[in-house]
Design a protein around this ligand. Sequence first.
Ligand code: CAA
Length: 258
Amino acid sequence: MAYANLIVETRDHVGLVKLNRPDALNALNQDLLTELGEALAKFDADDKIRCIVLTGSAKAFAAGADIKEMSDKTAPEMFKLDFFAEGCRAIERTRTPIIAAVAGYALGGGCELAMLCDFILAADTAKFGQPEINLGVIPGMGGTQRLTLAVGKAKAMEMCLSGRFMTAEEAERSGLVSRVIPADKLLDEALAVAAKIADKSPLATMAAKEAVNRAFETNLTEGVMFERRLFHGLFASEDQKEGMAAFIEKREPQFRGR
Ligand code: CAA
């Protein structure tokens, strides 16, 4: 299916979604977020797709919510227009792991979009920020919460109050991104990591994703119990038998998602 604001491809078991509004630095408007939700839902429903890479251009992952689309809106209109929240929910409900491959600007909603993904690989050109304060507003897609959880109060507060950007290097040091990669190698590396994840049991990767995410929603005792139940449940899968048999027989496992 063709999208107006996305380029969507598959590479074996990996789904690739490129944000594609070059004239607006991939600013997130209603159409783009709706299309993104559709593309992710399609990949999630496709058993062949076991990992997703979400990326932008060399200049911008996404420069935030579309300011031109928002500027004249009233509060009731924003309240009724649920597309920012629906865009977040579309990513949150995606059970297939999603890697954000971020080069250039990831600002405002762009930074929030990257943080909604399961982890971020950053090009050395990446710049992260929540500059909404410069527009007389605050982050509206979870930035005050997810950035604080990722980098702690001091840096999140400074960024949200002053609009200061973080470089890729600082973002790695602060725990916002998992790794920094030379810009010209970012997509290849993200696809290679995604292919590696796609080789695992999809049942186990989904369970791992749910369990890690639970750490943000609950206390340690409940989180560990949740993990333990998922761990036990995986012993009902053929993939667990295959994975452990392959280890013992010194061969590569063939996971089938059963
Ligand atoms: N919305 C709409 N259009 C945007 C945009 C945005 N967030 N960011 C960039 N653009 C457009 C510019 O208007 C410009 O379009 P025109 O050529 O038609 O004028 C084009 O993209 C290129 O941008 P610049 O000329 O500004 O490029 P630059 O290299 O000089 O600057 C930048 C790059 C620093 C990222 C600058 O574009 C910028 O500051 N963008 C806005 C960043 C921002 O404030 N983001 C937060 C948005 S609010 C939000 O996201 C709310 C939320 O949490 C949900």
